[in-house]
Design a protein around this ligand. Structure first.
Ligand SMILES: [Ca+2]
Ligand SMILES: [Ca+2]
Length: 228
């Protein structure tokens, strides 16, 4: 009987400790570099992203003379139409295939909190800015307002660009890759986006996306379920 009492007390204390403990913190990944080989965490409109991401240095495969300089194996190359050997087969396309500049569309990321001082990413393709009639660009959007925007420099070769986002800390943002252009250089290239701290070190996305379980989530539960 005494043992039962002690056991009950211990169990009660454990339950109380559990209830008083901090809300468990969950973290998840973000397909920030398209290395899933698909558009997980991103939502598309239009047709420009139908065969994205692109696999490998497809511009070199078609002798463009402008290597993509992408990160990993996969990237957004909106002129290209080579979504890797497996998906290329049923499409009947080979390395070097293109969809050209005609398709248009947008690709919007999941929401994330800005916790860094800067953001950096690889960008290439057309140099049609957001404030023009037919933009090809990458935007940082907060409350439906474009807070930052960048374009390529009319070359398939991507280079790293950076935004100072220190004044946007704490805000919930989304990235939007925009292709509203069917003319010359009417396509953006994009890959490998990060937030970085004041020292310039990239912050792992699972830390950016660490969330508590009380509903203050930077992501929806539907998205979380894919990972837990
Ligand atoms: Ca990549
Ligand atoms: Ca286009």
């Amino acid at each position: 009987m005494k043992y039962l009492l002690v056991l009950t007390m211990i169990l009660s204390m454990l339950v109380i400790m559990l209830l008083l403990s901090d809300t468990p913190v969950l973290a998840r990944a973000f397909n920030n570099d398209f290395e899933t080989g698909d558009l997980t965490d991103w939502e598309k409109t239009g047709t420009a992203f139908d065969f994205q991401p692109t696999w490998g240095d497809n511009p070199t495969a078609r002798n463009r003379g402008q290597p993509s300089k992408h990160q990993g194996d996969w990237w957004l190359g909106l002129f290209e139409k080579y979504p890797g050997a497996e998906k290329a087969k049923p499409l009947g396309v080979n390395p070097g295939a293109v969809q050209g500049d005609a398709p248009q569309g947008t690709l919007t990321s999941m929401e994330f909190k800005i916790i860094g001082d800067s953001m950096n990413f690889l960008i290439g393709g057309g140099n049609h800015p957001w404030d023009g009639n037919v933009p090809c660009c990458v935007n940082l959007v907060i409350n439906e307002k474009v807070e930052r925007t960048s374009t390529g420099n009319a070359t398939e070769t991507m280079s790293r660009k950076e935004w100072d986002v220190s004044d946007l800390k704490g805000k919930i943002a989304q990235l939007v890759v925009v292709d509203n252009n069917s003319g010359g250089w009417g396509h953006p290239n994009f890959d490998d986006v990060h937030q970085a701290d004041a020292g310039g070190d990239n912050i792992p996305w699972d830390r950016v996306l660490a969330v508590d379980a009380r509903g203050k989530l930077a992501v929806s539960w539907a998205q979380m379920k894919k990972y837990y």
